[in-house]
Design a protein around this ligand. Structure first.
Ligand code: UT7
Length: 332
């Protein structure tokens, strides 16, 4: 076999975790004016997982997913050089959640930081990890996508509370000298989108006051229709740019691993890429939108399906707006 001198970054281990508590559509029917039929037909979601214990935060989800990866793959946490936690619901302002996660999993030789790009966070974090591995300076980089979305969801707002759930997924990146792994990426952002999807208060623009609290400004709000339309066109455009740039057509792709925000969004992108339904991975029915955790939870749930050499397109869209697509060849 011919070995490349260029180092690629590839995923060598996968882990995941979702909390036990299942919030069903019929439970939401008791809280807001909605119904199972509407939720399933408009979003594809049947249930989501909720971290009920108020003393546990996003770090708990991230630690469980990381420990799952470490134990299943017999990894010595001391060999991990770097931990990136993609999250939009960090445990606290200022103190990086990743630093806490690294310590709690016993990765005392690693440094850690958080990456906030909402639902595109994990996709962007995989790119950061790949760059570090390709540089040759780091051997093992742990990338975690974790969000306790229930901490920012208004359970009085039927247009958002039906969509989101809590969860975490993790992958380990190491070098690959056979040309497999991370191949190409096309990432974009547009700050005009921040009016259409945000948690308005709690940052430096609107620090917490009694007014922000009484206005319920610490909860996620979005213009669903606008986000939907923009997500479909942005993810489709990014995916087709990646295909073209790598001389690929839909038929060449084995799997689409796309952010799980709405089943209709995923299906629209797949259609625009001319992908057969069997190539489109989905677990939104079980977990809803877990923000930075959707992509690693897909990798976790479907890891036994992937074969060495499979061509994968990752795609995501989220608050900011942020979005993009990446081309990846499975190496395990
Ligand atoms: O990851 C990035 C973050 N977010 C997303 O990607 C979400 C993108 N947007 C969406 O997924 C969809 O826009 C939603 C699922 C949020 C909404 O679906 P939609 O088909 O765009 O519905 P809509 O907002 O146009 O509302 C249609 C109707 C409205 O009633 P009227 O005005 O037609 O009488 C809503 O009030 O459905 C109503 N509605 C509901 N009805 C029952 C909105 N939410 C609900 C609900 N149950 N939960």
């Amino acid at each position: 076999m011919q070995l490349n001198t260029k180092l690629n970054a590839s995923i060598t281990a996968v882990g995941g975790y979702v909390p036990e508590h299942r919030l069903l559509n019929k439970n939401l029917e008791q809280i807001v004016d909605t119904n199972d039929e509407w939720i399933q037909s408009r979003t594809g979601i049947k249930e989501r997982r909720i971290l009920k214990d108020p003393s546990k935060a996003t770090s708990f989800l991230a630690i469980q997913a990381s420990k799952n990866l470490i134990s299943k793959n017999n990894i010595d946490p001391l060999t991990i050089d770097m931990v990136i936690v993609a999250t939009t619901t960090p445990d606290m302002q200022i103190a990086a959640t990743a630093a806490y996660v690294a310590s709690e999993i016993g990765s005392y030789n690693a440094f850690g930081y958080d990456l906030q790009a909402a639902c595109s966070g994990f996709l962007f974090a995989m790119s950061m990890a790949s760059g570090k591995i390709e540089s040759g300076r780091y051997k093992k980089v742990l990338v975690v996508g974790a969000d306790k979305m229930s901490s920012v969801i208004d359970y009085k707002d039927r247009s958002t509370c039906i969509l989101f759930g809590d969860g975490a997924g993790a992958v380990l990146f190491e070098s690959n000298n056979e040309g497999l792994g991370w191949q190409d990426e096309y990432f974009k952002s547009n700050g005009d989108g921040r009016e259409s999807l945000n948690v308005k208060a709690g940052g430096s623009l609107f620090p917490a006051t009694s007014t922000t609290i009484s206005n319920r400004d610490h909860y996620l709000r979005q213009d669903g229709r606008k986000v939907f339309k923009t997500a479909v066109s942005a993810m489709s455009d990014a995916s087709s740019t990646i295909l073209k740039r790598n001389n690929l057509v839909g038929e060449d792709i084995d799997y689409l691993v796309a952010h799980q925000a709405n089943e209709r969004i995923i299906e629209s992108i797949a259609k625009r890429m001319s992908l057969k339904p069997s190539k489109v991975l989905k677990n939104i029915a079980k977990y809803g939108n877990t923000t930075a955790a959707t992509i690693p939870l897909l990798l976790y749930d479907f890891q036994n399906k992937f074969k060495r050499g499979n061509k994968i397109i990752f795609a995501a869209f989220g608050g900011g707006f942020t979005w993009g697509a990446a081309y990846y060849i499975w190496s395990k």
